[in-house]
Design a binder for this molecule. Structure first.
Ligand code: NCD
Length: 316
């Protein structure tokens, strides 16, 4: 199995990008290339031994300036599964707390010659800035409310494995769209792949320039939906206190079995995590054995990050 995993990255056309900064710059072919490799990694990750030596001798630095559970851990697991060393860097306990600038921190790490950098920061375009500093590939693990490309790719993979194709699906993204890099990257990706995306949220949680049709009324939005993705209220990014009544919010936008009944019978539920039960999603929806793809998304996350690292390695 180890040898089979190693073969995956060899013999294919090189991936035409040196960095993974967002979905915006990827073509449908680039997306398809990542998804099909990731799909093979999902299968291989289900069997032991899961590790290969595809990236043996490489060092990946995980630079997380914002909290994370699944993204950081799955990048770490993806790197280690491919045989790389993974070094985790957090703002806490670093010289950033002694006043060192973000740029000086990046210049310092680049001088140590990492082979890949994974970066998450609250600043929009932080990954783009990092790509001008690092000599190695940079992967965006979330930059403010801008993009979160590997999340959109893993969501697409979970949907594609379920429905076989993304083309023609109606996908509703509901909740705090305004502050969500997940919503933006997903809308970009799913639209490029021929799906029909609708944003559903109260006006205060919709961005000024929406990249797809919007609805404030869930009854209208959910009709004929193939999939509904709910999002957390990202309060850490609110500029002003929107002071929602959480009971009203759950009543109007929280995903429940009653609301799901308006969608297609086969409609599935997604959430990028972290979830807040009783606010944007009811616990029985999150844990639903047939409807919820949430743990499948997590599984796809490791595979997608393996595929991205694998493909960017061909740009060496
Ligand atoms: C998302 C993020 O950080 O943008 N989570 C994730 O990466 N799985 C969504 C969120 O924080 O709500």
């Amino acid at each position: 199995m180890g040898a089979e995993v190693k073969k995956i990255g060899i013999g294919q056309a090189p991936f035409p990008h040196h960095h993974l900064l967002g979905i915006e710059h990827l073509s449908p072919d680039n997306i398809e290339m990542i998804l099909s490799l990731a799909d093979r990694y999902v299968t291989q990750n289900r069997h032991s031994p899961r590790k290969s030596d595809r990236l043996k001798g490489s060092q990946i630095v995980n630079l997380f300036f914002e909290p994370s559970t699944r993204t950081r851990l799955s990048f770490e697991m993806a790197g280690k599964r491919l045989g790389a060393d993974v070094i985790n860097f957090g703002a806490e306990g670093s010289s950033l707390q002694k006043g060192e600038s973000f740029i000086d921190t990046l210049l310092t790490i680049n001088a140590m010659r990492p082979d890949f950098v994974v970066i998450r920061s609250k600043e929009i375009d932080s990954a783009k800035t990092a790509s001008t500093i690092f000599d190695c590939p940079v992967l965006n693990a979330g930059d403010g409310a801008n993009e979160h490309p590997t999340q959109a790719l893993l969501d697409a993979l979970a949907l594609k494995r379920h429905f076989k194709t993304l083309a023609g699906l109606k996908i509703v993204i509901t909740g705090d769209i305004k502050h969500s890099r997940v919503a933006r990257s997903n809308a970009l990706l799913l639209t490029k792949m021929g799906a029909h995306v609708v944003f559903c949220a109260p006006t205060e949680l919709l961005p000024d320039n929406c990249i797809c049709p919007t609805k404030t009324n869930w009854q209208e939005a959910f009709q004929n939906a193939d999939a509904i993705m709910t999002l957390r209220l990202q309060k850490e990014r609110f500029e002003t206190d929107l002071s929602f009544d959480m009971n009203d919010y759950f009543e109007n936008y929280g995903l429940t079995a009653d609301k799901l009944a308006i969608a297609k019978k086969e409609c599935v539920v997604l959430h990028p995590g972290p979830m807040n039960h009783g606010i944007e999603i009811a616990a029985d929806m999150a844990d639903h054995t047939e409807k919820s793809l949430i743990l499948k998304q997590v599984e796809c996350g490791v595979a997608v990050r393996m595929a991205c690292l694998d493909l960017l390695a061909t740009a060496f």
